[in-house]
Each structure stands twice: as C-alpha cells, then as structure tokens.
Design a protein. Sequence first.
Lengths: 123, 107
Amino acid sequence: EVQLVESGGGLVQPGRSLRLSCAASGFTFDDYAMHWVRQAPGKGLEWVSGISWNSGSIGYADSVKGRFTISRDNAKNSLYLQMNSLRAEDMALYYCAKGEGSGSYHSNIFDYWGQGALVTVSS
Amino acid sequence: EIVMTQSPATLSVSPGEGATLSCRASQSVNSNLAWYQQKPGQAPRLLIYGASTRATGIPARFSGSGSGTEFTLTISSLQSEDFAVYYCQQYNNWPLTFGGGTKVEIE
C-alpha cells in the first residue's frame, strides 16, 4: 500500500524558514517523480514544486521560485521542501504527491497524495 | 503559465441525475489533462488522466472527454459519495496548473 506521510509543518513568523518532509513507502521511491501541492484554507489547489526520480529535473511555481527548494533522498525514501522567507500567502496545507508514471508527462500526474502538513505563517 | 478555467463554480444536482463539468485551458494542452475529486477534510483523488482514461478503481460513471483547450468531465447518475469539489489539472507544461474547481452539491 502506497503511503505518503508529511511532517514538519507548524506556526512560523513571516520571513522565517521551515522544512517539510515526506516519508514514502509501499512503492519503489526512486522510480518516480514527486511533487508538493498546496491548498490555502478554503481555496483551490496550487502546484508548488516537482522533482524527477533522479533530481535531474526540478521545477517551481513562480510564486515560490527563489524562496523554496525541493530535494529528495532516494536512500531514505524521503522528499523535502525547504521554505525560506515565508510570507502570509504561503500559509496552506502542503501535500506530498507521487507522480503516476515515467516519462515527461505521466510523471506530472498525481496518483497518490499524503494527508498534508499545515503551515501557518503569522506573527 | 497556462491558465485553467473551470465552470460552473457550483453545480446543484439531485442524486441520480447526471452532471457535466467544464474545463478550459488558455492554450493547447493536447490531451495532457487530469481530473481530481476532493471531499471535505480529505486529500484529492485522481479520477481521470489523458483527458479520458479512468484511474485505477474509478467507477465507469465518471468519463472525460476533450483535447486541446476544451475538456469535460461527465458524471452519470450521481451517487451520494460523488458530491465533492472537482479540479482539472494540465500537465503539458511546467508550471503545472489547476483550475479553480467546481463544487457539485446536492440540490
């Protein structure tokens, strides 16, 4: 059974940093791209960042480019999101999501999701 | 960035009736379009990818169609568990983008 478990969320002041982690199990982690998708309270879904199976291809939403860094450790079956210079508008539930398949397109379909880590940005 | 626009924002339907949800892309995404269902307090669930291919375990009452810039998700004979918010997502280009969602509610 595929499981994705996020951790590291919490309350942080504007301008500070936070690191999210996602522990994956139930599949061969280093075969698949992984992503972070967020959802502000009462709002829709927003893709934040994605990383290919070998970290060779990385992408970011314009809203987080230059402030957030995605990474993965295939030996630990883990995905990370380093979030710096946090803003009020970054407050959201952050989901870790697995890419559905291989290839440049199927890797960008989200077939499994975690339950999310809540990030609250407030002074 | 490709902008995805969903309509209507809210759809009121009686159980047993059908529903048609629309999604429009600001430029062609070919058939690289997925649909997700999200219920309150839950993570989204993949329904459709490739514009028309049902994901594993998705009932046949869910169907998708379209290509290029115009896409449709059709739910035939709505069941109680189908009342939820539905999102479309294009994966033709980075940044990946979602539509704003359509809430399907009980009439």
